[in-house]
Write a protein that binds this ligand. Structure first.
Ligand code: NAP
Length: 226
């Protein structure tokens, strides 16, 4: 058993999620910002890869006081569990994700993570060890389900999202397409990694929703199974 896994990503009209320097950029506007805050508040947990933590230092907190109050009124923590997929325990001990906002944190590491880094992270977060060199995502999702996570939001980046698609572990993709061109052959995209080679291996999607939002478009896709 695993949680329902949905991916939320903002990309430019040319399919880039940041610049070639991997610098965080503003792609969505205020309407999309509110939408993302709401879907965060509706999630049990939010997951990112270590690349995103090192590039953007996100806190992944729910920003709206009303949404936080609704969570508390429903008997939940103010913020969803924040999770970093981080094979070697490279999350900086002063990263915002470990400090901003009340609530639980999980750092998922592999058995290759140096023990002193794991011990330092364990002061701020629960540590899950799974996989030899990289984090075993299927095992991690099973563990999260066991801990009560039913709805998991993935906020990037492209390497983590690629692996979720490659391993058939994604259920839904929500893409906000912003009204700009970022360009750059090396700029990250929603699914990087190695990429599929054969058409029969491509992950296939079905449109659930198309909405104009801010000066861009929100596209929701469900991932076809099998
Ligand atoms: N526009 C948006 O909505 C948005 C959202 C988020 C991020 N971003 C951008 O995305 C970029 C970061 O993306 P990224 O691709 O560099 O990093 P990422 O996907 O956030 O993290 C990837 C890293 O996670 C670790 N990892 C461990 N186990 C893994 C597994 N089984 N599968 C995949 N990864 C695993 C690997 O590092 P280790 O081997 O060291 O563990 C891997 O390099 C930044 O430029 C950021 O600004 C944009």
């Amino acid at each position: 058993m695993r949680p329902f896994v949905f991916i939320n990503i903002a990309m430019s009209a040319d399919g880039k999620i940041s610049t070639r320097e991997r610098r965080q950029v503003r792609i969505s506007g205020t309407e999309d910002f509110s939408r993302v805050d709401r879907i965060k508040a509706e999630s049990d947990a939010i997951m990112v890869g270590i690349g995103t933590v090192l590039a953007d230092d996100p806190s992944l907190t729910v920003k709206s006081p009303e949404l936080r109050a609704e969570r508390v009124a429903a008997g939940r923590d103010e913020h969803p569990i924040r999770i970093v997929v981080d094979s070697r325990g490279r999350t900086p001990p002063d990263a915002d994700i470990l400090h901003k906002g009340a609530g639980r944190r999980i750092i998922a590491v592999s058995r290759a993570a140096p023990r002193e880094r794991v011990e330092a992270l364990a002061e701020h977060a629960d540590v899950i060890v799974t996989g030899n060199e990289t984090v075993d995502l299927a095992m991690l999702l099973a563990d999260l389900h066991h801990r009560g996570v039913r709805r998991l939001m993935v906020e990037g980046g492209g390497t983590l999202i690629w692996t979720l698609f490659e391993q058939g572990l994604a259920d839904e993709l929500q893409t906000f397409i912003g009204n700009m061109i970022i360009g750059g052959a090396d700029a990250p995209t929603p699914a990087d990694g190695r990429g599929f080679l054969r058409e029969e291996d491509f992950a296939r999607l079905r449109i659930i929703e198309i909405t104009q939002l801010d000066d861009g478009l929100l596209l929701r896709w469900s991932v076809e199974k099998g």
